[in-house]
Design a protein around this ligand. Structure first.
Ligand code: NAD
Length: 291
């Protein structure tokens, strides 16, 4: 079994981006500029945004963090987004989710300028992705294709089972891995909360992607010998042996499943760092459009 090391793969992407940003700046262009919008005090969101800003600093991007109180009105937030849409200094921006309940995430998604939508969530970018046209790819599935590329794992001709059908992970992952594209060409089945006989399908999977948000859901008996396991889940479970009282686990029972897998992503240190790498690659592509 080999660990699919997201930290190391993301570090390799970081090093490559650093060189490219240097070249961009040496050629007289401004470095890519990412803006992150953070609303409220959600600690996980703060940590995610902090990691994104840190990555920007490490590769030489310009970055701006815009923070707003949780009681910002929907109208005010829309105005801030329109400002970013029209600011030529901003290459790309993200609105960290989740947003407070009084703000519609769907409405926000629709007013984001698709050209600056480095999260790849705008319907225009989703439509382009589905049609196989160049577009910003959603960061997590994009990052997963990059770690597959790094380790030379192709879905071509493989039976791929994806657990979860969310718009940000499961659904786009199923599209990318079934498309005729490098590391794609898989035969893909998407499972969800209404799927019957789920284990019959997972046991046949050459590549299993778990993105459901249930701690350690995938057990060893659900997995074929030699399968490639991509664990997207990030779940907190109680752990009294840790001083903070909890630890992070994925949607896969790592210890048992890793005995059967050929490759497996750990949690943390697997898909998480690749998601940030995917976002940063999108931001670089956004900046390239103006150079
Ligand atoms: P979600 O929470 O929006 O949806 C969960 C999906 O799982 C749904 O499609 C549902 O139908 C399916 N599901 C629920 N119970 C199921 C069951 N018993 N059997 C089969 N399918 C079932 O999903 P999400 O936003 O894609 O998040 C999934 C997990 O991935 C979460 O733990 C989340 O924190 C994590 N996540 C991690 C990253 C990362 O960078 N590593 C990025 C995004 C999400």
């Amino acid at each position: 079994m080999e660990i699919l090391d997201g930290k190391a793969t993301s570090a390799a992407i970081k090093a490559d981006l650093k060189v490219k940003v240097n070249e961009m700046v040496n050629a007289g262009h401004k470095a890519p500029h990412l803006v992150a919008i953070l609303v409220g005090e959600n600690p996980a969101s703060k940590a995610y945004v902090g990691n994104k800003i840190k990555f920007c600093q490490e590769v030489g991007y310009r970055s701006t963090l815009l923070t707003f109180n949780a009681d910002i009105t929907e109208d005010q937030l829309h105005k801030e987004i329109h400002k970013l849409n029209n600011d030529p200094e901003v290459d790309g921006y993200i609105v960290q989710l989740p947003l407070p309940k009084h703000i519609s995430e769907d409405k926000i998604l629709e007013i984001v300028n698709p050209e600056k939508d480095v999260d790849g969530f705008h319907p225009v970018n989703v439509g382009k992705m589905v049609s196989g046209l160049p577009s910003y790819l959603p960061a997590t599935p994009y990052g997963i294709t990059k770690i597959m590329e790094h380790y030379g794992i192709s879905a071509e001709g493989k039976f791929v089972v994806i657990l979860g059908r969310s718009h940000i992970v499961g659904r786009p992952m199923s599209i990318l891995l079934s498309q005729s594209r490098p590391y794609g060409n898989g035969t893909v089945v998407v499972c969800h909360s209404r799927t019957k006989n789920l284990e019959e399908l997972t046991r046949k999977a050459d590549i299993l992607v778990a993105a459901i948000g249930i701690p350690q859901f995938v057990k060893a008996e659900m997995v074929k010998d030699g399968a490639v396991i991509i664990d997207v889940g990030i779940n907190r479970i109680d752990d009294t042996t840790r001083t903070r009282g909890w630890r992070l686990v994925g949607d896969v029972d790592f210890d048992a499943v890793s005995e059967k897998a050929s490759y497996i992503t750990p949690v943390p240190g697997g898909v998480g760092p690749m998601t940030i790498a995917g976002l940063m690659l999108n931001c670089y592509h956004a900046a390239q459009k103006r150079v």
